[in-house]
Design a protein around this ligand. Sequence first.
Ligand code: GLN
Length: 304
Amino acid sequence: MDYPKILEEIKESLALEPKTGTVASYIPELAKISPNKFGMHLCCFEQGNFAFGDSRERFSIQSVSKVFSLTLAIQLLGNKVLERVGIEPSGDPFNSLILLENENGIPRNPLINSGALVIADILVEHLERPKEDFLNFVRKISGQSDIQFNKQVAQSEKDWGYRNAALVNLMKSFGNINGDIEEVLDFYFHQCALEMSCEELANTFMLYANHGKIFGTEEEILNTSQTKRLNAVMLACGFYDEAGEFSFKVGLPGKSGVGGGIAAIHPGNFSVAVWSPQLNEKGNSALGMLALELLTTKTGLSIF
Ligand code: GLN
């Protein structure tokens, strides 16, 4: 596969695209990012790494972190995690409260805010030093020992986190949050405030393309069956109420965040991460989605 040529073509196509979308501003700290950033990093099993643009610059990974917290929760508790959170797409925005009332405080899936807050509750309960242990876990699976939470972003989320506070309170009223609300929110805001580059995200996501083993060291983090299930959840739920559109256009399991990042995988073939902070109305990176659509179209490598 001529990946250098394909990435060059993607880069050229994106340069011609009219800039649409807006940088997330409901977390004021995120609004400070230049809308024109763009990075892409592709990590292949056979042919190595290819990248362009701002692929080495760290950014706020936001909801992409939900995949890492879910991974750690599955590692700790296995299928028990799914007693408190479902695996179905919600068809609603990522921070919606609507379904929770009717569904007794059980979130549809772990990749929307309500579900990730339940996962945060599980981690707060089962980790000795939750934030530190989670950070060390991400450092381990990424192989990057200097990955950090951005404290200003975490604080900004806390200052404006009314909806997340509402979600966690509602779930607590149904008995689906065990821990202290402030502690669960603090963990969640820090988790979302992790900073990583496209290169680091793509390298880390190789885990999900590699049957749950860290690419390179081959250390097992999840078993094959757990990885299959997690990838299925990403495919069905990784893009909120745009999961169908992402499957339709791109055809890869993946996860987006309101920082403008998207990471996706093709099992046994590659992982890829893109970053462009301008979001479409569903909260997914507009150019990021287009770049991935071009990648799977030009390579013919979607999972379908
Ligand atoms: N921290 C963000 C929030 O809770 C994450 C949302 C996202 O990336 N979709 O609203």
